[in-house]
Every structure is written in C-alpha cells, then in structure tokens.
Design a protein. Structure first.
Ligand SMILES: *Cc1c(COP(=O)(O)O)cnc(C)c1O
Length: 403
C-alpha cells in the first residue's frame, strides 16, 4: 500500500463517479408536450384535444410500481409526511414514534402539524427503527409510527404492523429513500396505512422537487387529496372547501420529468443492486469494516445510500471523522452520515414550544453509530462502472491499514 493521499501520496481514484441527474431526449419530449399543452399545473385543462395530463398518469404509474391502490402527488417528501399524518386523522398534540437515524424531515413534518415526534432507537445491525424499542414509549397520546426505510432498506414491516395493530396506531412508511423497494414481495408504501416518497433531486426518482403519498385506503386517499387541494373534495365545486387544506400541488413539468426518469428506473435499480453486491463481497474481506445485516425478508433494496459501518473494535482506535477525511482524500466521496435527531436543537425546542415540557430522548445505539461507526456512499456511486467499485474497496482497504 502506498502513502495516503492525505499525506501527499497518490489518490486511489481521480476520476469522477457516475454523474447525476441522468436524462435524455425523453425528458425534453415530455417537457415540450406539457409546455405546448397549456396545462402546466395540477388544476385547469389543456387546449390540446385528447391531451392526457402527466400528473394523474404519473400517480397511476407510481401507485402501480409499489402495488398501492392510490397515489397523491405533492410538493415534496417533507409535506408528504405532514399530509399523511393529517390524512390519517392525527391532531396537534398527538405523539408520533419515529427513528432518530433519518433525515430531519421525518421529525419536522410531525412538528409542522403540532404533533410530537418521540424517538425509538435503531437496530445496531441494520440502522433501521428497532420495533422492540417502541412499546415502552407508548402513552395515551401516541397515535402513529413513522417507519423510515433508511438508505432504501425496508424496516421490519411485519413486526411493525403487529405492534401498530395491537395498540391501534397508524403506521406510516417514510419511503423517501426507497422508491421501488419491497418487503416480502410487497412494495413499500403499500404495507403500512400510508406511504410517503420524495422526488427531490438527490433521490432515486428525481423531479427536482416533489413527493408522493400512497395508500390502499380510499378514505385516506380522499383525505390526502383534499389536504393537498385547499380542502376541496373530489368532484366537488371549485370554491367548496369542506376541510382544512393548503395548495400542495406539484406541476405538470415535474410529473413529465418523473415519467421520463421512470423509464430508466428498473435498469438503474439493477445496476445499483449488482454493484452493491460486488461491494459487499469486496468489503467483507476488509478487517475494520462491517457490513449491515440485510433481513432476508427485504426482497428489494433501493440503495438510495450504500451504508456500512466501521467495526466496533476498529472504531475504538480509528476516529470516524479522520477515517472519512482520509478516504475522501483518496477520491472516494464517503459521507459521515446523519447526526442523532433525538438530540437536534430545533426538534427539542419546537417540542418544548408545543408541549411546554423539556424532553430528553436517549437513543444510545443511534448516538454511537453516528459518532463512531456509520458511514455511507450515495446512490450515484453505485451507478458507476465496476472499476469505480473496485477503487472504493481499494481506498477503504488502504485507509483501514493506515490506522
Ligand atoms: C429526502 C427525505 C425526506 C424529505 O423529502 P424532501 O422531498 O426533501 O422534502 C424525508 N425523509 C427522508 C428519510 C428523506 O431522505
């Protein structure tokens, strides 16, 4: 092994990884159709005879992709969670169980509706919500669980459904990172009561911004649709606002881009899966690195992120931040990942504002994973060629040996 790049040695890799976003003439053609149709938004009609609007088509395909009966498009994945919580009938003051190892939106979407996120720690082997940590947190105010399919790996939906049913809780899947993933053959977003997705530019289906809510319940669908359409009711009058709602509609331009991106989704998913498998094999041979456990009931992983851990013994002598810095210097965009949401200042301050209480949440597994062990690569790395994946492993091996 040569000298570390951080100390002036030659980096393992100098070429970039696969670029993102990916597009071609399909996007251009569909965008032009929207432009020329005159129907640019989710309301109104087209001047072009027999024109098929993009949003309903995209919603139909999105629901189909996940085996859900209904889908409602929405401005982003954060609002999708807020709308799902409201559509399920939650009210301000209600408590929502969420994991602490996730993007802040999972918690802030509840807070935005006056609801209180309560943190259930994660499983050390998967970094997903630990279903067995939920029951001790339940109070008379608990109304829902938001399971997050972090990195694109479905959480243990079988166990979560049991717990939700036993305590009469709404189960929502935050599938922002998990487009196309499945648990025991069932598409995410169709397993819980409602599912939410993000179409934000880093996500595996990219519309720049956007989100989708999925559900099998006609009642939740109607509620969600209404909340996103200023409280209107399907087939009701234009100025008939029967419930509280806001305008959370996506544009037809975004739907056009999603439809185009969807034509490549399956091929991209396969490429990520192939490269993740290759990387699993290569990293398994490196002392100091530990792979996450993948539950065999995960029938499809979306690999929005490729997460792995520093082995606990190795992490004792190798500082995670320094490890990441050395790997980055080798030309590999390794990320240190999330910081624990259960300790986030804005979450705790807003919780105090809503409840009048100072709350303390301890999630020792999440805190240790964030501080010492968990790291990740983003999905575009997995869209690169085999050489790139071998470079990732070579750089990790080189850096592990430097500690
Ligand atoms: C991206 C993301 C969101 C929020 O989606 P936006 O479209 O960015 O609002 C929510 N939850 C998770 C887990 C995410 O990764």
């Amino acid at each position: 092994m040569g000298q570390l790049a951080i100390n002036g040695g030659t980096p393992v890799r100098t070429e970039p990884f696969a670029s993102w976003p990916i597009y071609d003439d399909t996007e251009l053609r569909l965008l032009k159709e929207v432009l020329e149709s005159g129907k640019w938004g989710g309301s109104g009609s087209s001047a072009v005879p027999n024109y098929e609007a993009k949003l309903p088509l995209m919603e139909r395909k999105f629901a189909e992709l996940h085996g859900a009966r209904h889908a409602v498009s929405v401005v982003n994945g954060t609002v999708a969670i807020s709308v799902a919580l409201q559509a399920a009938g939650l009210k301000p003051g209600d408590e929502v169980i969420v994991p602490p190892y996730t993007f802040i939106a999972t918690a802030s979407a509840a807070l935005a509706c006056g609801m209180i996120p309560v943190f259930a720690d994660i499983e050390e082997e998967t970094l997903l919500i630990d279903p067995e940590k939920i029951e001790p947190l339940l109070t008379a105010k608990t109304r829902a669980i938001v399971a997050v399919h972090i990195a694109g790996a479905p959480a243990n939906m079988t166990r979560l459904r049991e717990i939700a049913a036993k305590h009469d809780l709404v189960l929502i899947e935050d599938a922002a990172q998990a487009v196309g993933a499945s648990w025991e053959g069932q598409g995410v977003g169709s397993i819980g009561d409602l599912g939410t997705f993000s179409l934000q530019s880093s996500k595996n289906l990219n519309a720049g911004e956007g989100g989708v809510i999925t559900t099998n319940s006609a009642e939740y669908w109607e509620n969600a649709w209404s909340i996103c359409n200023v409280g209107r009711v399907p087939n009701g009058g234009w100025y008939q606002h029967d419930r509280f709602g806001q305008n959370y509609r996506m544009t037809e331009f975004q739907a056009a881009i999603v439809l185009a991106q969807m034509t490549r989704l399956e091929e991209q998913m396969r490429r990520r899966e192939r490269n993740a498998k290759l990387l699993d094999g290569l990293l398994a041979g490196i002392d100091g690195i530990r792979l996450l456990r993948q539950d065999p009931r995960i029938t499809r992983h979306a690999y929005h992120l490729y997460m792995f851990k520093l082995d606990p013994a190795f992490a004792e002598r190798a500082d995670k931040a320094e490890f990441v810095k050395r790997v980055n210097a080798e030309g590999i965009p390794l990320a240190a990942g999330y910081i624990p949401l259960n300790k986030n200042v804005s979450v705790l301050e807003t919780t105090k504002m809503w409840t009048g209480e100072e709350r303390v949440y301890d999630c020792p597994v999440c805190e240790r994973m964030c501080a010492k062990e968990a790291v990740w690569l983003t999905q575009n790395v997995l869209l690169s060629d085999e050489r790139a994946i071998r470079d990732v492993a070579e750089a990790l091996d080189k850096v592990v040996r430097s500690f």
